[in-house]
Design a protein around this ligand. Sequence first.
Ligand SMILES: [Zn+2]
Ligand SMILES: [Zn+2]
Length: 384
Amino acid sequence: MRFEGEEQYRNRPLPTRTHWARNLEKWLGMPLNIVEWLGSYAIVRPMNWALRRLDGLSYKLEGTRLRSILQHVIFPATLLFSLIFGFYLAENEVTFDSILTLALVPVIIGLYVAPLERLMPYSRNWLEGGNDTSVDLMMFVSGAFWNGFAKYLMQVLFIVSLVEVLEPYGHGLWPSEIPAVAQVFLFILVKDFFRYWLHRALHEVPFLWRFHAAHHSVKRLYWLNGIRSHPIEVVGQAILFAVPYALLQPPTEIIMVAILMQLSIGIFQHSNIDLKLRFWEYIFSIGDNHRYHHYPNKEVGDSNYGGEFIVWDILFGTFHNPKDERPHDRIGIGTAPNYPMTMAGLLLAPFLPDQKVFGEEADEPSSNGSHGQISLSEPEQTKI
Ligand SMILES: [Zn+2]
Ligand SMILES: [Zn+2]
């Protein structure tokens, strides 16, 4: 059975989940599956139970002036707080080198963003997502390892030597005389130029899409799932960013504040809070912009590539945010609604053989439950 929009996925080969792949995910991925299961019982279930207490208040808030005020101020207030807090940390020479200090950031932000999502959600269908938070937490913790691995790989591939060759050309290039806040945004903007083209390639080059599909496999958007990226993408991006870092050489404290700003913007990129972002959506890659980016069809989903800023999309003609509509909540990969959702499955997915027609056996339940199933694509019998 064909479905509307299938043609658009012709350049998006995705792995088939044959029986041996499912067994590999189950048995080879056993240690990861156990950690995931523990995370689910120790963190995710108690957290969801606590957050559910807010549901009554959430309905009471609907249509109130307080809700409207919060919708307008939450994003700019967080941005301002991150900026002030970032400079405070930089002055006190705190760095995000250790996983412990870095892990504190999502914990602090999550403490208020997660309740706000529950209190004023964009979509009530996105409030809980099976075991996805457990996987996202594992992705976050393993991110430090993969960034370390990227540094090692850069040495092996002589990229470190290339950076050393480039460095002398960068001296005096960075405008350290402009205000520090402007430096932070300039650094993010330049870095985002590289992210824009990398992200666009991840969507448009079929081989690269295999790895980026892990990020698009999510069935709901909430504050933590910006972290979900395949390690190969994480490592590739870290190597790519080494070049602008080497050429620009911004001061360490600017990089430090920029990292904090990126984390804050990243959380609002995926957050399920129903915010009134207005002109902010023409500056940053947040809110509805990124909801459209997660659309299951390529026609809409291949847009809004910006990491933090959206200006490169506006400039290069890939901006999509129609004024008179809001995005729906049936996100995911239209042609692969049963994409693996376990940590082991996500790591393995890009290396599985291609399938011509995407989808999976109709009787295979999604490991993420039926939540957020995409109705536009009727899963077709997989040819094994
Ligand atoms: Zn993408
Ligand atoms: Zn995303």
